[in-house]
Every structure is written in C-alpha cells, then in structure tokens.
Design a protein around this ligand. Structure first.
Ligand SMILES: Cc1cc2nc3c(=O)[nH]c(=O)nc-3n(C[C@H](O)[C@H](O)[C@H](O)COP(=O)(O)O)c2cc1C
Length: 180
C-alpha cells in the first residue's frame, strides 16, 4: 500500500474535465487514509527549464530556479505515487504540465525510481494516445512504474462532472492501481 499520492493538475480552466476526475480520484485515495497533496499548476509561478545542467553536477544542488517548483520537488520526493492530469492541446501534453515535467530533470534517472505514475487525460478527439506514449517513455527514463490512465473524450468544461457516473469505474480502477 502506498503512503502518499501527489496530484499535478495541468488544466488552466475552472471547469476542467481532467482536474475534476483527478480530484475524484484523490478523494477515493484520501478516504483510504492515504495522504494526498494536490498542486494546481496554472496558479503557480513555475518557470521553464533553462537547460543550465547545474542540477546534473556532482554537488547535488538541485534546480537553481527559485520558483514554486521548489514546493513540488519535496512532494514528489516523498510520494510513492504520482498522478498527472492534463488536457490535450495541439495533439500533445499541454504546456503547463510539460513545463513541470521538464523540471523533473534534477531527479535524473534515479530520483523518482520505483514510484507509480498514473494519468488522467482530457481531449476532444485526438492526441491522447500520443501523449500517453510520451508519458510512458518518461516513466522508462525515470524508472517509474506506469500503472494506467483515464481518458475523458470531451470538449466542453464541466462535461466530466455531467458524465461522472459513466467515468466512475475508470477512475476507481486507476485509483486501485495507484493504491496497490
Ligand atoms: C488551445 C487548445 C488546443 C486544443 N487542442 C486539442 C487537440 O489537439 N486535440 C484534442 O482532442 N483536443 C484539443 N483541445 C480540446 C481539449 O483537450 C478538451 O476541451 C479537454 O476536454 C480540455 O480538458 P480540461 O477541461 O481538463 O482543460 C484543445 C483545447 C484548447 C483550448
């Protein structure tokens, strides 16, 4: 059984489909007495990786950028499961989430090793398979265990809430995989 789940919400919109489903999953995990920490990336001051490679040096200084990613690093470190929830923009992972993933660089191939990773992806029609493929490659690089995903195929905000009864089983299944 895991002890902590960190949820990263990548959607910028208030009535977000991906965030709604990720929060529902968080509630399921929380009810099991597991710590859940959630970050709404759009409201955080998180800069893009500048490729300085300082974090790859022998001194183990971590990332030199002093922004709110410094709040996310310890959460990811102490979690044994991570949930990435994001919409598809232009056939790929949306920018808010991609910026944060690129800031995983200080962890290298070992820092996140052994942690479980799940995905909630919302999309209107295309791009989810491509994004999931990318996330699986990232898991391989970071030695994380990809445990599954929930795909919500919908355009309008609030749609996931309306279709909750239909999506509930998928969310519960992903929660089970993360909890194991
Ligand atoms: C800028 C932008 C680009 C988008 N590009 C795609 C796309 O390439 N493929 C797709 O299926 N949906 C695309 N969509 C639709 C969203 O993925 C869809 O509305 C999704 O439900 C949004 O999830 P959210 O409510 O969690 O933000 C795009 C939406 C926006 C605003």
């Amino acid at each position: 059984m895991i002890t902590k789940l960190t949820i990263l919400l990548g959607s910028p919109r208030k009535s977000s489909n991906s965030s709604f489903l990720a929060k529902k999953l968080g509630e399921i995990v929380d009810k099991k007495g597991i710590e859940v920490e959630t970050f709404l990336l759009h409201e955080m001051d998180i800069h893009m990786c500048i490729g300085c490679e300082v974090c790859q040096g022998e001194k183990n200084t971590g990332c030199i950028l002093r922004d709110q990613m410094q709040e996310i690093y310890p959460s990811l470190q102490s979690a044994d499961a991570i949930l990435l929830a994001f919409p598809i923009y232009y056939c790929s992972i949306n920018a808010q989430m991609k910026v944060v993933i690129e800031r995983f660089y200080p962890f290298g191939t070992k820092g996140l090793s052994g942690k479980k990773l799940g995905v909630v992806v919302a999309h209107a029609e295309s791009g989810a398979a491509h994004a999931i493929h990318i996330i699986k490659d990232i898991c391989d690089y970071c030695n994380m265990a990809y445990v599954g995903n929930v795909e919500a195929e919908m355009q309008d905000g609030g749609e996931a809430e309306k279709q909750w009864m239909k999506l509930k089983k998928d969310v519960e299944k992903l929660a089970d995989e993360l909890l194991k």
